[in-house]
Design a protein around this ligand. Structure first.
Ligand code: HEM
Length: 521
């Protein structure tokens, strides 16, 4: 009998102590979570331990703004996050108080495991080095430099059009264009950044380095994601991850470390750029611009690599934006016809990119409206306060994480009346030209806004312009292809928790307007 009791105690004691320890941990953790909140700012509290982690989507934040006001706080595990949801609030915080809201948060997974040594600009907290890197990249990508990149954009878009023609067998077959669009985006990033590209689809598929870049960028996107990677917000999960790694149950942090190391292979691109510049055989490109800029001569090797990382990350956002645009056009023959008619009436439709061709206002307005309506980066990139900021009398302390809900700002009825209606005309002046005073929030806002907005905007415009001028688009024949839900910015989204809001891959038919001749021009 006594032996039995001892045996039971042997098993009971550790069990009871671990249950007690867990309870104590949860109690202390809940106190920590409670005290971490921004004092005086309303917001949903969510569940114990996870807070609002399971609800953290841009659309949910937009709905909460109706209840808690345009600026409120959520809690991701232990971390309070201030969410900014209206155009006026964004102006008040990110523009009027820029210096307090210029930083980026430090995440456990990305900053301490994946990218310990070199950070891209978009993930760097604000300091002198970040300032230098951002200035160098912004100079190489400003409005006037964008002009020198037009031939690159033209070449890539023309190749993409040819690919769409070939893949669809001249309009006979419907197909999902995501892969081809991804290649366009990646080639754009490579050429813009380093001045060289994959010459053909074959080159692209056969190059282990390019295939590696595609894989690494996709994985980096996941490891950077603010909506997943729960160990960023729940410290206990970090211990569990480590245990799983030691017991070989899952790769755990080792996977992130490996991806981070493999990303450093992009140094090979940088070395090629440098060689070409020293031989005088370089083409206009961002790295060339940075390397030749006397003001950027003090950049260290790590800072140059950081700029490379930042440029490659941009490719990931171009693909979903073009993806939505293609689907929208395929399902809206009316808008397609209007866009085509404005091209025909304005410039030669078979060569809309001829040098000197005037900008087609309706197509530029269409480009902006696609960006507003779908908002591919719905929570922009996470920001952090570098000093105290004030909202409506409440102090948001330094080192608080802040989300700009671009999706919600783009649905703000004050700058955008009837925000749920797709209306390119909202961007155009009655007397012609664009309404320069109006801007969407898709490139972010304030001191850390996208440095490549001019180039990205021009690239998207050229893609849509060529698409409409060359093809008549229509949905494929499958049930999913014709379902109108696929162009709904909420129902049609591939993964609502992903950082980038891309469409589900559905099929589209690209029928050439004037047959092969038009494509070859
Ligand atoms: C459709 C295309 C693109 C969209 C929608 C987009 C959007 C954004 C957004 C929302 C941010 C964060 C802004 C903020 O925090 O306020 C950002 C930052 C950034 N983007 Fe883009 N981007 C695009 C293309 C690109 C491209 C092609 C490049 C590079 C060539 C690029 C380079 C950057 C960099 C370096 C930053 C970090 C800026 C900083 O932290 O100071 N982006 N972008």
């Amino acid at each position: 009998m006594s032996l039995n009791l001892e045996t039971r105690d042997f098993f009971l004691l550790p069990l009871v102590s671990s249950i007690l320890l867990t309870i104590v941990y949860f109690l202390f953790n809940e106190i920590a979570r409670y005290t971490a909140r921004v004092k005086g700012l309303k917001g949903p509290r969510g569940l114990p331990v996870v807070g609002n982690l399971h609800q953290a989507t841009a659309e949910q934040h937009r709905l909460w703004a109706k209840e808690y006001g345009p600026v409120f706080q959520i809690q991701l595990g232990n971390v309070p996050v201030v969410v900014v949801n209206s155009a006026a609030a964004a102006k008040n915080l990110f523009l009027t108080q820029t210096s307090a809201l210029n930083s980026r948060p430090v995440f456990h997974v990305f900053h301490k495991i994946v990218s310990k040594n070199v950070l891209s600009i978009g993930t760097s907290p604000w300091d002198d080095s970040c300032k230098r890197r951002r200035k160098a990249a912004a100079t190489a990508l400003n409005r006037s430099k964008t002009e020198s990149y037009l031939p690159i954009l033209n070449l890539e878009v023309t190749e993409w059009i040819r690919d769409l023609y070939e893949e669809g067998n001249g309009g006979a077959l419907a197909f999902d264009p995501t892969d081809l669009t991804h290649r366009l985006s990646l080639n754009l990033s490579l050429t813009l950044n380093y001045g060289f590209r994959a010459e053909s689809t074959k080159d692209f598929q056969n190059s282990p380095l390019l295939q590696e870049v595609v894989h690494i960028e996709t994985e980096i996107g996941k490891l950077r994601s603010t909506g997943s990677n729960y160990s960023n917000y729940i410290p206990a999960l970090r211990i569990l991850d480590r245990i799983k790694e030691i017991l070989h149950i899952s790769p755990g942090p080792a996977y992130g470390r490996d991806i981070g190391k493999r990303r450093l292979a992009y140094i090979a691109f940088l070395a090629t750029s440098k060689q070409r510049i020293s031989k005088g055989t370089d083409n206009a490109c961002i790295q060339g611009g940075v390397l030749k800029d006397p003001e950027a001569s003090n950049l260290t090797e790590e800072e140059l690599i950081s700029i490379s990382f930042s440029m490659m990350a941009g490719a990931e956002t171009t693909t979903p934006t073009i993806g939505w645009g293609i689907l929208f056009l395929a399902h809206h023959p009316d808008i397609q016809a209007q866009a085509y008619n404005t091209i025909v009436s304005g410039i030669n439709p078979s060569n809309p990119l001829a040098p000197g061709s005037p900008q087609v206002d309706y197509l530029m307005a269409f480009t902006k409206e696609i960006m507003r309506y779908y908002t591919p980066l719905r929570l922009a990139l996470p920001k952090a306060t570098s000093g105290p900021a004030i909202w409506d009398g409440t102090t948001i302390p330094a080192n608080t994480m802040v989300f700009l809900n671009s999706w919600s700002c783009n649905r703000d009825p004050i700058p955008f009346p009837n925000p749920d209606v797709f209306k390119p005309e909202r961007w155009m002046k009655k007397e012609g030209g664009q309404r320069e005073s109006l801007s969407h929030y898709t490139f972010g806002y304030g001191g850390r806004m996208c440095v490549a907005s001019h180039v990205a905007n021009q690239g998207l415009y050229m893609a849509f312009l060529n698409l409409v001028a060359r093809f008549e688009l229509s949905p494929g024949d499958g049930v999913e292809d014709i379902n109108e839900g696929c162009i709904d910015p909420m129902k049609g989204i591939q993964d609502v928790r992903a950082t980038r809001a891309g469409p589900k891959g559905v099929k589209v038919r690209f029928v050439p307007r004037e047959g092969r001749k038009n494509i070859e021009k």
